[in-house]
Design a protein around this ligand. Structure first.
Ligand SMILES: [Zn+2]
Length: 361
C-alpha cells in the first residue's frame, strides 16, 4: 500500500469545552473516573505523538482538516428522528464535534475512492460505532453518529463500489454498523470484541444478519485476556477468508484501541505489535485483491499514554512500515503475552462456520 496515508482531523474535536463529564459525548458513569471516556485530551495525545514522530519510525502522513458532514448523509444512515433529536441537543460544542467527526470519515472515504490515497484515517472523536440506526434508543442522550456506516454509504454511492466490508477491532461490539446494515447484502460487518461488554445484549455469534443480509454479519466475541495469538488467528482464519468470500471494493476499519493491555476499559492483552499485525493483514489483502483501499475511523481507546503508540502500530502495519518503537514492550511481552485459550479456539471455530453461510449467499 504505497504512498502516504492521509489523516483527517479537526480542532473542533479537541476543544477543552468537551472536557467535562456528561457534556454530551456520554453521560457520567458512576463507577468510572470523570475523565475516563471520550475526552479531547486522549485524542490530542494521539495527534501530538503522530505529528512529532518521536522515534522517527512513523509512516508518512498527510494531514487534512475535515469539514462537518452534510445532514443528508446522516439521514441516509440513521433514523431521521434520531438525527433531528441529536442535532437539536443544546450542547452545541458536542454537536459540532460529532458533525466534524463524521465529516472526517466522509472525507477519508472520498480520498480513497478518488485514488488520492490507498489508506485514509479519520482521527477524530466522538467514537460512533455504538450508534445504531436509532442511536442508543434514547434520542438526545449521546451525541454521536456511526462514522463507519457513513463511510460505507458514501462509498456505495460511487459507481466503482458494489460491496464494502466494515471490520471493527474495538474491544466493544460494533453494534452500530451491525444494526444499520442488518439486512444489507452490500455491507459485510465483522466485529472482534470482548464477550458481554458494551453494547448490552449484542455481539453474540448467533447474530448473522437477516433477509438479503443473511450471512453478512460475523461476530467474534473473544474471551477476556485474549492477546496477539488469538487476534492473529481471528484475522487469518476468519477475517481474511471472509474478505476472500465477500470481495469488498473498500475496507472500513473501526479502529478502537481499548483492547490494549493498559486500557482501563478493556481487559484484553494487545500491544503495538498486535495492532501492527492487524494493519499488515488488511494491507496485504487490499494489495493482492482488486480493492480500492482502507478507511479507518478512530473509535475507543482510553489509555492516553499507550493509545498513541497503538495507533502508530496500526498505521505502520497498514502503510508497510516496521512496528513502531514501543518502550512498554520490554516489560510486557516477555512475561504476559497470553497464548490462545480453548474458549477462544471455540469462538474462532464458530467464526469459520459462519464463512459457509456467507459463501452460500
Ligand atoms: Zn470501545
Amino acid at each position: 500500500m504505497a504512498g502516504p496515508i492521509t489523516v483527517w482531523w479537526s480542532p473542533t474535536c479537541t476543544v477543552q469545552e468537551l472536557r467535562r463529564a456528561g457534556a454530551g459525548f456520554l453521560p457520567p458513569q458512576p463507577a468510572l473516573p470523570n475523565d475516563f471516556w471520550d475526552q479531547p485530551d486522549n485524542l490530542q495525545a494521539v495527534i501530538d505523538y503522530l505529528r512529532e514522530d518521536p522515534h522517527g519510525d512513523q509512516t508518512d502522513l498527510t494531514w487534512k482538516v475535515a469539514e462537518p458532514v452534510t445532514e443528508e448523509v446522516l439521514r441516509a444512515v440513521h433514523d431521521p428522528t434520531y438525527v433531528t433529536a441529536t442535532l437539536s441537543n443544546p450542547d452545541a460544542v458536542s454537536v459540532r464535534a460529532a458533525l466534524h467527526a463524521v465529516g472526517a470519515a466522509q472525507a477519508a472515504t472520498s480520498d480513497v475512492l478518488n485514488q488520492r490515497a490507498r489508506a485514509s484515517y479519520a482521527l477524530v472523536t466522538p467514537a460512533g460505532h455504538h450508534a445504531a440506526y436509532a442511536g442508543r434508543g434514547r434520542p438526545g442522550d449521546v451525541v454521536e453518529f456511526c462514522s463507519g456506516a457513513v463511510a460505507a454509504v458514501t462509498a456505495l454511492r460511487c459507481r466503482r463500489v458494489n460491496r464494502v466490508a466494515i471490520i471493527d477491532v474495538d474491544v466493544h461490539h460494533g453494534n452500530g454498523a451491525q444494526d444499520i446494515f442488518w439486512t444489507s447484502p452490500d455491507v459485510l460487518t465483522v466485529s472482534l470484541h470482548g464477550w458481554r461488554n458494551w453494547a448490552p445484549g449484542t455481539g453474540g455469534q448467533d447474530a448473522v444478519g437477516d433477509g438479503d443480509g443473511l450471512g453478512t454479519n460475523i461476530n467474534l466475541p473473544l474471551p477476556w485476556g485474549s492477546g496477539g495469538p488469538t487476534y492473529e488467528a481471528a484475522m487469518s482464519e476468519v477475517v481474511a477468508p471472509a474478505l476472500d468470500v465477500f470481495r469488498p471494493d473498500l475496507i472500513v476499519v473501526a479502529a478502537g484501541y481499548d483492547g490494549g493491555f493498559t486500557d482501563p476499559s478493556g481487559r484484553m492483552s494487545l500491544c503495538s505489535r498486535d495492532f501492527h499485525s492487524i494493519g499488515q493483514t488488511l494491507r496485504r489483502w487490499a494489495d493482492s485483491n482488486d480493492c480500492l483501499g482502507v478507511v479507518l475511523t478512530h473509535e475507543g481507546g482510553y489509555s492516553p499514554s499507550y493509545v498513541p503508540i497503538l495507533t502508530a502500530g496500526f498505521i505502520n502495519g497498514l502503510g508497510g512500515g516496521p512496528p513502531p518503537t514501543d518502550p512498554f514492550l520490554a516489560h510486557w511481552r516477555p512475561n504476559f503475552a497470553p497464548p490462545m485459550s480453548k474458549e477462544a479456539e471455540d469462538v474462532i471455530d464458530r467464526g469459520r462456520s459462519a464463512l459457509a453461510l456467507l459463501a452460500s449467499r
